[in-house]
Design a protein. Sequence first.
Length: 516
Amino acid sequence: MVSPSLQSLSDLCGIRVAYLMWTRRDVAKKCLKEVLFDELVDFVLHDVESLPLPEQLKSRIFKHVKPAGKHLLSLLSLWLSNKLPENSQKWLTSDMLSECLVMNADGLINQRKTAEKLLSSTMLHDVSAFRFACINFLEKEVLELWILVKEYFLNKIRLEGEQANAFMAQNGRQCGLTNSVDLTDHYYSNSIRGYPFSGFTPFLINRHLPLFQPFPFTTEPDEVLFWIGFCLSRENAISIQEVPHFLGGDIGWYEFSLEFAAFSGNVACFEYLKNFQKAELFQEYGHETLTQFLQWPLSLTFVENPERLWNLMPDMQKCVMFREIIKFLFNENISYNSLLYGDCRIFNPDCLPIIPGIYSLDHLAKLFVALWEISSDYYKSFFLELCIFETIENWRGQQEFCTNFVTSDLKDKLFQLFLSNGEAVLELFERENMKESLRSLVAKHMPQHFEELDSRCISFIEKQTVRPEIIRKEMVKATARILISRERKTRLNRVYPTHEKFLNYIKYVLFSSSRN
């Protein structure tokens, strides 16, 4: 894949210091408590302010505090979702994180190398280390640790399957396969298991197992089950396709790994794929993969080489790409409904239900303009008609304006302007309201027609009707107020359905091992 461009040395230092300032706040512990990001970031900003540094240097650190914090907390939330019980003394601490944090040349956390360094430190318990290696898709470390934890995990999965069925029978309950069960509280929740994408779960599972019947459970997350299947295939010198998939039926392990990369948002999983598999992600799961790569820090990947992104995207997703960028740049105040569906997150809801997407406004604006330049008029025209002009015209009480918008030729003139100028499309939303935005655009790009178009059309817009958000030049914003964590059960306290064939295969392996 394309590598991000390097930042200045001063910015690299500022990013590094920002990350370290967050580790001083023991974020690993705070991720387990009910703490609002907005509250925690104030403490970190205060810490930066107290540094004995020149104001110019501190200003460079300040601008990276929020994005660095959100990135670090998102990564920690992924890791902590597979942690040991809370009373364990052998799980991730801020001291370990500070000691093992590895940065890329671009100033961002290198998730893979940080995970490798944490594992090589041997500070983690073997079981926890194996889960940690699995979620970071570290094949070498997974295989090395498998020897030490094999009996533990296979017996755990076997016992959980039997105990879960006994629990359900004892309580006289039957549960649909799309439900998850929390044995800690002894109640059945309605949340769908965190398979790569929830819409696929009921259909895919229900084809192979009867609904509303008892079925095996496990508390291990998908990443761990994936790598257990991989390890079993390796040690038995067979193809992984010969190992029954934990989702059952004819689901392929390769197919699952692609879907998991597309829908989970686990960057480590994405990096594990080969180049042709990454390209296949964009073709098969274009929208899901795109929305991840529009988020910071993945947006760095294509800012300097937008052609790469454009060529990877299937044709049907190219208009969607423009819509998604506009949606995240102007999310709060664009009222056209087609721009505002869904909620893009860094990780899937089961892994990370509380961290919203993080976006670099500067990256998105640059990417929009660059992609606009290389796009064909066909895709531009479709996007302009479907989204931009609908946004301008789709306001109640604007009938006279809408009529004049066409008869005055303002729509046609804007169409020609936008077609050749992506920056002008963004300028449409850079004023406090649509009336001022249109006046600014016309005055700047077609001054000879300003008086005529203003009197015949623009003046008929009611100023208070729409207030598009100004594109701020700050580096990153979130789509919603961020809640780092809340008092809730970890994923290890929840049990999820697994296919009976997978459980039987685990039993077979254990039986064969006991005979040897």
